[in-house]
Design a protein around this ligand. Structure first.
Ligand code: NAP
Length: 220
């Protein structure tokens, strides 16, 4: 079985790749040189390169989150976020669906966020992109059901990765910990376990869902 995981150089993607490898999957982890989601041509080249490979699982994990009030968002930031978090993942799926259809257990996991469940100031574009990606999850869960392909969105809460350390100071992370019912942020491997289950043949009946894994943050 073969899994493609975007954004596998660090954070949640790296932890997810390790789990798939531990379970015997061959894992494709394209570097930025091989697949740059900011560049439509790069996505096209990557899709063409993979056109002869069998693929069983696609995890759309790579993402960016630039925090800014909507009234201050320049076009360049709007375009970069929508391209990375929504448009390129859609184009990647569109190009690779023919291979997934040939798999005996095709699975797609799109990585969303708690900001696709609730939102917060400065997250408008990120929330729009992640909600958009979940729209793709829902539609594909139906479109690909005839091929037995299961499609889900995993929505992590605060997770200790470079993305989080870029957006929050250590003091802010301490404050946030107090607002999470479990009292701490997630470790990447804790999110990876859910991604692995949904993205592997262990999942046989769960499709079209938004699975929130946030230590209870969004139920308050
Ligand atoms: P991270 O540590 O910042 O890693 C991001 C990954 O995405 C890196 O591998 C990076 O590759 C890749 N990437 C970024 N821009 C790219 C591009 N243009 N083309 C190809 N790859 C690109 O992120 P993370 O915290 O693990 O987050 C992973 C996913 O979870 C993201 O979709 C994020 O929105 C979501 N998420 C994270 C959190 C959190 O608290 N961390 C919470 C909710 C949701 P390079 O090494 O080339 O830069």
């Amino acid at each position: 079985m073969k899994a493609l995981i975007t954004g596998g150089s660090r954070g949640i993607g790296k932890a997810t790749a390790k789990l798939f490898v531990d379970h015997g999957y061959e894992v494709l982890l394209p570097s930025r040189q091989e697949l740059d989601l900011l560049e439509p041509d790069s996505v096209d080249r990557f899709v063409n390169r993979l056109s002869v490979e069998g693929i069983d699982t696609i995890v759309n994990n790579a993402g960016i989150n630039e925090i800014n009030l909507l009234e201050d968002v320049p076009d360049s930031q709007l375009e970069q976020m929508l391209m990375t978090d929504l448009v390129s993942p859609i184009r990647l799926l569109r190009g690779l669906i023919p291979q997934l259809r040939k798999s005996p257990a095709g699975r797609i996991v799109n990585i969303g966020s708690i900001w696709a469940v609730v939102s917060k100031e400065g997250r408008s574009i990120y929330s729009a992109a992640k909600n958009g990606l979940h729209g793709i999850t829902n539609a594909l869960a139906i479109e690909l059901s005839d091929a037995g392909i299961l499609v889900n969105t995993v929505c992590p809460g605060f997770t200790l990765t470079e993305l989080t350390q870029k957006n929050y100071t250590p003091a802010q992370i301490e404050q946030l910990n107090c607002r999470i019912p479990l009292g701490r942020m997630a470790e990447p491997w804790e999110i990876a376990k859910v991604i692995y289950f949904l993205g592997s043949a262990e999942n046989t009946y769960l499709t079209g869902q938004k699975i929130v894994i946030d230590g209870g943050y969004t139920i308050q």
